[in-house]
Write a protein that binds this ligand. Structure first.
Ligand code: GUN
Length: 287
């Protein structure tokens, strides 16, 4: 293996430490404790794990954590009323509605009901528009974590060719906007892209966020490129499952200059950035 491993676990611990310092200062100087409310609808096992981890890490950073668990069959109006109540709660600075929501609920309607200043996920249309037009915005946590790792590893990203594979609203599109704002030349590739391998081979920065296990192989990576793997896919069956990314780590790490592992790469950065966004939202609210 030639690639340097970008240790997201260690970097996330550093970011969480910085957030905890900021929270302690906010408390000491202004008597303010940031509060994060997480709303979970239904029993999705993966969502339950994420929500539990968010709660634990929020409290570890010195912030207040409130989790609202609603039945999978909850009426949309009831969920909406909870959002309005949290919007008006002075002790709550960040609101996150865990996705996916059950099919009978209009997710974008719910996300757009969140006060944009408390939208720590950055999914509200106003934050999407603000990010796209270069204004101060709440930025989605996963792409923000990827950007922080890229800046930390590469320094100035100006002029680099960045290819984002995947066009989701949660990762692909905001990732492309962030890279563009950092002066990269950005391509968004997706399932209909012609000659994906050739497009990827043009990338100094390759971000894989397609949700397909080990789809990006070493022959698709430019020698020396920085590869960020957003995928978390469970493969195998029975008692023998393992987590893999969207990048075939074994072959890509022979070619890349640096690469994030799965697990231990992008994953831990997402919650660290959620905590950072909650602190940011609190500071902006009180400014
Ligand atoms: N489900 C999977 N990822 C996310 C995320 O970043 N935010 C929310 N709210 N739900 C998710």
């Amino acid at each position: 293996m030639t690639a340097q491993i970008i240790d997201g676990k260690a970097f996330a611990a550093k970011v969480r430490g910085q957030v905890a310092d900021g929270v302690a200062r906010l408390k000491a100087d202004h008597g303010i404790t940031p509060g994060l409310a997480v709303v979970l609808v239904g029993e999705d096992p993966a969502s339950q794990v994420y929500v539990r981890n968010k709660g634990v890490q929020t409290e570890e950073a010195g912030m207040r954590s409130v989790t609202h668990r609603l039945d999978a069959g909850v009426e949309q109006i009831e969920l909406l009323n909870l959002i309005y109540q949290l919007n008006g709660d002075d002790e709550i600075n960040g609101i996150l509605v865990q996705l996916p929501l059950p099919a009978h609920i209009d997710a974008s309607f719910i996300l757009d009901a969140i006060d944009p200043q408390k939208d720590v996920d950055g999914f509200h249309m106003s934050n999407v528009g603000r990010l796209a037009t270069g204004q101060k915005a709440m930025v989605p946590c996963t792409p923000l974590g990827c950007l922080m790792m890229l800046r930390d590893h590469l320094g100035d990203l100006s002029g680099l060719n960045a290819v984002v594979v995947g066009r989701s609203n949660i990762v692909g599109k905001p990732m492309a906007q962030l890279l563009l704002a950092d002066n990269c030349t950005v391509t968004i590739a997706h399932s209909r892209t012609r000659d994906l391998a050739a497009v990827c081979r043009g990338a100094d920065i390759l971000v894989a966020a397609v949700g397909r296990p080990e789809m990006i192989t070493g022959d698709m990576v430019k020698p020396g490129a920085t590869v960020i793997d957003v995928g978390i896919n469970r493969v195998g069956r029975d008692g023998k499952t393992r987590l893999v990314g969207d990048v075939d780590f074994a072959s890509a790490s022979e070619v890349a200059g640096a690469i994030t592992p799965v697990p231990g790469g992008v994953g831990p950065m997402t919650i660290a950035c959620l905590l950072a966004n909650t602190l940011t939202a609190t500071c902006r609210w009180h400014n």
